[in-house]
Design a binder for this molecule. Structure first.
Ligand SMILES: *[C@@H]1O[C@H](CO)[C@@H](O)[C@H](O)[C@H]1NC(C)=O
Ligand SMILES: *[C@@H]1O[C@H](CO)[C@@H](O)[C@H](O)[C@H]1NC(C)=O
Ligand SMILES: *[C@@H]1O[C@H](CO)[C@@H](O)[C@H](O)[C@H]1NC(C)=O
Length: 791
């Protein structure tokens, strides 16, 4: 029977033919699939198999197909190579062997190799396709180009496709791209622009095969199917932390030329892992079939992620890596690669729902096991008095298990102390018979487990979605740039860091274990690597915090970090002294970038600061709306106020905006602030005024040449700055000098010259405004770091 059918094939695609089921072909039209890089590794391992699956699924749907494997080699070399690959394509489970054999025979006949190198090659391909359509009297449905080539070739191929190989009117063009899409924000943007010159956004399918994994693609459907259980607990009150983990046992050997340029963060965190993270945390779409809504909700997560810096990551490199680099990159033995092969990164989502919930992304090569999963660990407030093995007091967790590891199959697991989940759909089943294994610390019998009835390959799944034009599992240009926008600053800040060296495999022990502390992450064990030439003496021990005199006032000096610690401690001591007497502490803070480190220190380490009994005033303000990033109050709010528990009515921004205009004398903003000070601050004497000093010697917003000593009895004045925004509101010297305590903070090498100069000049407020700071009965302390003091 099958043999007979086989002989009746109509000829198509040069040497092949479509199957018996193709009678309706004329109805839906003809599809040309072109895999550029068609004899490469990815094509060999996944793509031809994936397209075979597509062919099997679509063969009786009314479409006809031709498949072209494109490559740079000439036809006589490429053809046998392609044939070898196609011969190895296997029959998917669920397809009867005999039927599969016939389909495979057809698939082979429908596929051919073509050299795709020059513009003419693409023109020839176009001509060939059109000729076919004409000869067979077929309508064209679409063309699918799968670019399985290095990213540097994308723009060129896209250009050739656009110029010579667009389908006939009415038919679709879909071009599939594989990562990497750039290696930082800028390069991604350039690539996006180049591709945008040839292709429309909706013609591009940026593939992330992770999104085709069966469990990953069910993260949202599972959340929706179990909404009634998850809604009440999907928030900071119940979630302890979220983890996305991808552990590998393999090394990077053989791919070093690629890998060394990228490293683990660019290779998997920037794409696979952050994508999974967005699926776990994004707002559920109202309509899952609305691609646009899904993509928009995903995008929103990026805009709420806290920026990533050095303190949000730990990195490692397996020991043998550097030798592999020497060998594959032909480097000499003194070359040291800093490319991380392991990274753990903690992110925080800045929305009330997830406030304070860490989201951890962990991945590495040469670890102890191969496994991928995402886990939501919930808080458990049950205390078991007697039976500690009771499920009630065990961890509560929801695990999306992507595969490998102990379990070996993809699954979604929910501990029995959470809820019994509904099945996602009819393609999934519950598993009740288990081997005796543990999954993330718990016996499998502690979980409800569901798994797909048939396991499907990620590429095959995504190819099917591309064919049907579904875009929600692909990366939009906006999404891509938002992701690079998040990762680029971290990558830049890590560029000069040395990764921790780990032996690899089980020997890693607890060397890579890390701790989450507030918004920061650090290795739990200290691995001190002392270069041989430094053994026997540590240079930084010689410097401690030093006391001294500067401009006949007190001075504290130390390395930057210690200096900030000391200032924060002094500030808290001053506040406690006032509050313990039953008073209210009045603190005036200045703007600019110098005090930001202090603000962060206060927010992150001084939890016992008596904020409830503290009033925060501004030393000075720029005449811009408070909502703008230039506003001093805005900075103060970003870095301090929003992180502490201070009553709103204790906060006093300067009224720079009155009657819908900024700092107009007649509006009386300065006077208004002065009255508020007089009303609340006893004797109008702030307890603590924090000042900085500018390169020109200005302090607060009192600038040289601006008649700094001419404000008379006024506490607040409008002033003029030589730099934009010019208009300012500022405490006057009189207000500053009434304070109980004034601290002037000076940091950074750039201020060294100023510090030297100031140490020599006499008090001359109109030339050097900071020299006018002389508290009448209060105390003045200079806080100067070593960089500023010693240069
Ligand atoms: C969901 O979105 C799809 C695709 O945009 C649309 O066809 C469908 O009507 C929507 N369903 C509802 C209930 O809005
Ligand atoms: C490796 O480097 C050496 C010295 O620079 C050079 O002579 C040799 O050709 C290089 N080999 C390869 C494979 O690049
Ligand atoms: C009020 O402040 C001024 C200026 O600092 C000071 O000289 C005076 O002693 C203070 N008066 C009281 C009652 O504290």
């Amino acid at each position: 029977m099958f043999v007979a059918v086989f002989l009746l094939l109509i000829t198509l695609c040069a040497q092949g033919g479509n199957g018996d089921e193709g009678q309706e072909a004329q109805r839906l039209g003809h599809v040309s699939v072109v895999i550029a890089g068609g004899t490469g590794d990815l094509a060999k391992k996944y793509l031809w198999q994936g397209f075979f699956q597509l062919y099997i699924n679509q063969v009786s749907s009314g479409y006809t197909f031709c498949f072209y494997g494109g490559g740079l080699s000439p036809k006589d070399k490429g053809t046998p190579a392609l044939f070898e690959i196609l011969k190895a394509v296997s029959c998917p489970s669920g397809v009867p062997v005999e039927r599969c054999a016939v389909l495979k025979e057809q698939y082979l006949r429908l596929a051919q190799y073509r050299q795709l190198k020059t513009a003419e090659d693409y023109q020839d391909l176009d001509k060939h396709i059109k000729q076919q359509l004409q000869e067979e009297g077929m309508v064209e449905a679409g063309r699918l180009f799968y670019l399985s080539v290095p990213a540097f070739a994308y723009a060129d191929i896209a250009d050739k496709v656009n110029n010579a190989c667009r389908p006939t009117t009415g038919a679709w063009l879909r071009v599939v791209l594989e990562k990497p899409f750039g290696h930082d924000f800028r390069s991604a943007q350039i690539l996006a622009t180049q591709l945008g010159n040839s292709l429309k956004e909706d013609e591009m399918y940026r593939i992330d095969h992770y999104l085709g994994k069966q469990v990953v693609s069910k993260i949202l459907p599972f959340r929706i199917a179990n909404k009634k259980f998850l809604d009440p607990i999907w928030n900071k009150y119940h979630i302890d932390r979220v983890e996305v983990v991808l552990k590998e046992t393999l090394d990077a050997k053989g791919r070093i030329p690629f890998y060394d340029e990228y490293g683990v963060i660019r290779d998997v965190l920037q794409n696979h892992m952050i994508e999974v993270m967005t699926l776990l945390t994004m707002r559920l779409p109202k309509n899952m079939s609305n691609n646009q809504e899904v993509l928009q909700n995903k995008l929103k997560i990026f805009s709420t992620l806290q920026p990533l810096g050095k303190k949000q990551a730990v990195i490692g490199q397996y020991q043998a890596y550097n030798a592999e680099v020497w060998a594959e990159l032909n480097k000499t033995k003194d070359y040291v690669s800093r490319t991380p092969t392991f990274a753990a990164v903690v992110t925080h989502i800045d929305v009330a729902q997830y406030d304070g919930v860490p989201v951890v992304l962990v991945s590495g090569k040469k670890l102890d096991e191969r496994v991928g999963y995402a886990r939501i660990l919930f808080k458990n407030d049950v205390f078991c008095v007697q039976n500690h093995d009771s499920i009630h007091c065990k961890p509560k967790q929801l695990v999306y298990y992507f595969g490998h590891g102990n379990l070996q199959y993809p699954a979604i697991l929910v501990t029995k102390n959470l809820f019994k989940p509904a099945l996602i759909d009819s393609e999934w089943k519950e598993v009740t018979e288990h081997k005796d294994i543990k999954v993330l610390g718990l016996p499998i019998s502690d979980y409800y487990v569901q798994t797909p009835i048939v396991q499907k390959d990620a590429y095959a799944e995504l190819i099917a979605q591309i064919f049907s034009g579904r875009r929600d599992n692909f990366i939009s240009a906006e999404n891509l740039l938002a992701s690079w926008n998040l990762w680029t600053p971290l990558l830049d800040s890590l560029a000069s860091s040395f990764p921790r060296i780990y032996p690899g495999g089980a020997d890693n022990g607890n060397l890579l274990d890390f701790r989450l502390k507030g918004r920061e992450i650090s290795y739990i064990s200290k691995a001190v690597i002392i270069p041989p030439d430094q053994v026997g003496g540590s240079s930084t021990d010689n410097f401690q915090i030093m006391q001294g005199k500067y401009r006949s006032a007190d001075m504290v000096t130390a390395w930057t970090e210690e200096l900030i610690e000391r200032l924060a401690t002094d500030l808290q001591a001053a506040a406690e002294a006032v509050v313990s007497e039953g008073g209210t502490f009045h603190l005036a803070l200045s703007g600019g970038s110098t005090p930001l480190a202090l603000f962060q220190r206060l927010a992150q380490h001084h939890f016992s600061f008596p904020w409830r009994d503290t009033h925060v005033w501004m030393v000075d303000e720029r005449c811009v709306p408070l909502t703008e990033s230039e506003s001093n109050f805005h900075l103060l709010h970003e870095h301090l106020l929003q992180h502490i528990r201070i009553p709103y009515y204790n906060i006093h921004p300067m009224p720079v905006e009155l009657n819908q205009r900024l700092c107009v004398e007649e509006d009386g903003g300065a006077l208004l602030y002065e009255r508020e000070v007089n009303k609340l601050v006893s004797n109008s004497s702030f307890h603590f005024v924090l000042l900085g000093v500018g390169y020109d010697g200005h302090t607060a917003s009192l600038f040289p040449g601006d008649k700094v000593d001419g404000h008379g009895e006024r506490l607040i004045a409008l002033t003029e700055s030589p730099v934009k925004p010019h208009q300012r509101m500022s405490l006057t010297l009189r207000a500053i000098n009434r304070a109980h305590q004034v601290a002037v903070l000076v940091m950074g090498k750039g201020k060294h010259e100023l510090v030297t100069q100031l140490s020599r000049v006499k008090d001359s407020p109109n030339k050097w405004p900071v020299t006018g700071v002389r508290p009448t009965s209060g105390k003045l302390i200079w806080y100067i770091d070593y960089d500023a003091l010693l240069g």
